[in-house]
Structure formats: structure tokens, C-alpha cells
Design a protein around this ligand. Sequence first.
Ligand code: TGC
Ligand code: FAD
Length: 387
Amino acid sequence: MKTLLKDYFHLDSRFSPEELAIRDSVREFVASELLPIIGDCFDKGLFPQNLVKPAAQLGVLGAQLSGYGCAGVSQTAYGLIMRELERGDSGFRSFASVQGALCMFPIHTFGTEECKQKYLPAMAAGEMIGCFGLTEPDFGSNPAGLRTRARKQGDNFILNGSKMWITNGGISHLAIVWAKNDDDKVIGLIVDRDTKGFQVRNIEKKFSLRASVTSELIFEDCVVPAKQQLQVLGMKGPLSCLNQARFGIAWGVLGAAEACLAEALDYSQTRIQFDKPIGQFQLVQAKLVKMFNEITKAHLLAAEITRLKDEGRLEPQHISMAKMNNVAMALECARLGRDILGANGVTYEYACGRHMANLESVNTYEGTEDIHRLILGEWLTGLPAFR
Ligand code: TGC
Ligand code: FAD
């Protein structure tokens, strides 16, 4: 695997020896285990489930959390893990993001001690997989409108409704499900996959994130014990999980973008047209420099939001800026890289096309690029443009 040759702003010097060691171990895992098979997995629409436990052994699942079998790494190390996984494929990074940030984080933060003991060690070990059900067929950008219902009946909730576009759904052992209670307030429930009335249908025909499982979840009179309820009320519950996942995405996509630059740079030095390597043409150099420039700036943004997080000063709007900027940047890099590869760029022999297709989803999920633009627009003007 080619990696970026130039650490132009000496970012590595900001990382501790432990953070660099974590980065290197995940990079090596991606190079030796994921990259050799990912093109084929993408082509066949298969999630490389055989890599879940090896990844767990590296400590990457819920790595940012402490206790309960989690690695308890720094926020920087967590970002580097996401970056290295997505250097391989956004689908595998999505699996890890959903597991760690969208499922383990809410159990760790809002779950009862009994739930933490029941789920977190098994999830950190890759023995249990989680999914996160917020989006519904009619409520994507506006999840506050969700219609899934959790009606209280004695010591249980009776859950009815459906969730759409749910990563890991078909391979999950549990779902974090956001629903409205009898008071019309949003609550979160941990729903075991074997609960009667809980069905899953995979969404097969995707051209993006093909190596990731995306599903519909259906709940028909599911009886969920009240002790499985997360201790948080209102939209701040799911939105605080999204803060964690969006932070990881802002780092993760740097890996995809770097992989595209490395591949395009390499290709530009060996592909001869008009008797010269194409890298000698000014227009090709302009594209490579654009990628290099944007990746470098996006790295600095990721490093800065990490500093703010460490200092306890990170606001959701900072995360929106980083998610919006870095994903759009990575998508642009993947398109430029694919262009430099010419016809070869549309095959699975090369990674740029696969990253490009994946990043279309990444630009949409966890808040579309425009939703993050509007979050920042509201912060700037004080005027919400959503509704
Ligand atoms: P709003 O009325 O402004 O606020 C409602 C309550 O939530 C609080 N809040 C937040 N809390 C924590 N973090 C944040 N980022 C928060 N933003 C708002 C707020 O303080 C308030 O609390 P309270 O106590 O007063 O009730 O919220 P809204 O409902 O109008 O939301 C606006 C909007 C558009 C920003 C929000 O709905 C949004 O972000 N929409 C995008 C939807 C989205 O991102 N969905 C993602 C689904 S999961 C997914 O895509 C996984 S992909 C797989 C992978 O990650 O790999
Ligand atoms: P819509 O909300 O219908 O938006 C359509 C278009 O309208 C977009 O361009 C949007 O920007 C624009 N738009 C909407 N509202 C406004 C507005 N007020 N002003 C201007 N423009 C607007 N969800 C989960 O809960 N869990 C998951 O694990 C998960 N995984 C996913 C995996 C994949 C592969 C994909 C593609 C999606 C996943 N999602 C998941 C769903 C994802 O979060 C939603 O697709 C996303 O929030 C957008 O919702 P939507 O698709 O309904 O688009």
C-alpha cells in the first residue's frame, strides 16, 4: 500500500509514541488483511465479517471509551484509527464507527450498569455487533419527526415502527432504537436482535458502501424490558451520539483521500502519454497539488477539533464544519484521482473509483453536507433555516 510520502506540516511530531504505534498497527492490519480483499468484497457486495474479530483484537472497537474491555485511547489515537481504517474502505470504517460511536458510546454514557456489563465487553471483543436506528423512511435530515413508538406497558415498552438505511443492521445482535414515548419525547432503547417482532431486511442494490451492510429494521409489537432504556430524554440523546461519529468521520475520510492521492501520484509517474509521464503535465500536477493542499488543510482542521475536544471546548458546530469540509474534500480528491487514472480508474484494480462511490454515502449520512452548512448558517446568523 502506498501512503502519503510527505508529512508536510510535521503532523506526526504532534503524536505520542503510543499514538504512532496504534496508527502503525491499524495501518498494517488494513494493508495486510483488508486491502487484498476489499475490491472483491465491494464487487460482490459483501461485508468482510471475518475481519471483525481481528480488528477487535487490535482494540479498535469503542477504542475511545474506558473500562468494560475498551482500549481507552486518546481522541487523537481514535481519529488516527478511523483514518487508517478508511484508508482501506469507508464501509469498514462505517462498521467501526457505528459499533463504537453510535452503539457503544450511548450504552457507555446513558446505559445502566447492568447494560454496560451485558453489552460493552462483548462489543469491544467483536462478539456482539450493534446498529443505530434513527433514520426512518420519511424522516432523514429531520429525525425529530420520527414516528416509531415506544408505548409503556408495565415493566416493558411495546415498540412499533421502522428504521431505514441502517448500517450493520443485517449482522447486528442489538439495535439502539430511537422512538417516541407516551409523552411524545424521544427515548433510546437497546433492542436485542432475537426480540419477537424485530425483523431486518437488507438493502442490496447499492452502488456505494457495497462492502457494508445497510438494512431496514421493522418492529411489530416488540416487547422491550424498560431496564433496556437509555437514561437520556429528547433529541440530544441521538444527536450526542452523532457528535462522536461525525468527529470520527472527519478523521476517517482523510484516509480515503490520502489513499486516492497516493494512488494517483504513483500512477502519474508511471503512465506515459505523449512520450512523458503524465505527472509532468501541468494540468495533472495542478490536480495532484489541489489534492495535497486540501488534504493537508483538512488534517489541520481534524487536529484542531481534537485539541478542542481534549480541552472540553468542542461545540457541535465545530464538528459540523469538519464533517462538511473533510467529506466534501475527500470526495473531490477521489474524483480527481479517478480522473488521473483515466479508464483504469473505473476498475476495481484501483481504489479511487471505489472510494469515490463510497464517499457519496459518507457525504449524505450523519447529516448531509447541506444540513451541516445550515447548522453553521444558524450559528453565524442566529436564524435557523431548517424549517
Ligand atoms: P434542535 O431543536 O436544535 O435541538 C433538539 C435538542 O437537541 C440538542 N442538540 C444537540 N445535542 C447534542 N449534540 C448536538 N449536535 C445537538 N444539536 C442539538 C438541543 O440542545 C436540544 O436539546 P433540548 O434539551 O433543548 O431538547 O434540533 P433539531 O431536531 O431541530 O435538529 C436539527 C438538525 C437538522 C441539526 C438535526 O436534526 C440533524 O443533525 N439532522 C441530520 C440527521 C442525521 O445526521 N442523521 C444521522 C443518522 S445516523 C447515520 O447516518 C449513521 S451513518 C453510519 C456511519 O456513521 O458510519
Ligand atoms: P433527505 O433528508 O430526504 O434529504 C434529501 C436532500 O434534501 C438532501 O440533499 C438534503 O441535504 C436536502 N435537504 C433536506 N432538508 C433540507 C433543508 N431543510 N434545507 C436544504 N436542503 C435540505 N441512518 C441511521 O439512522 N443509521 C445508520 O446506520 C445509517 N446508515 C446509513 C448508511 C448509508 C449507506 C446511507 C446512505 C445512509 C445511512 N443512514 C443511516 C441514513 C442517513 O443518515 C440519511 O440518509 C441522511 O440523514 C439524509 O436523510 P435522507 O436520505 O432521508 O435525505
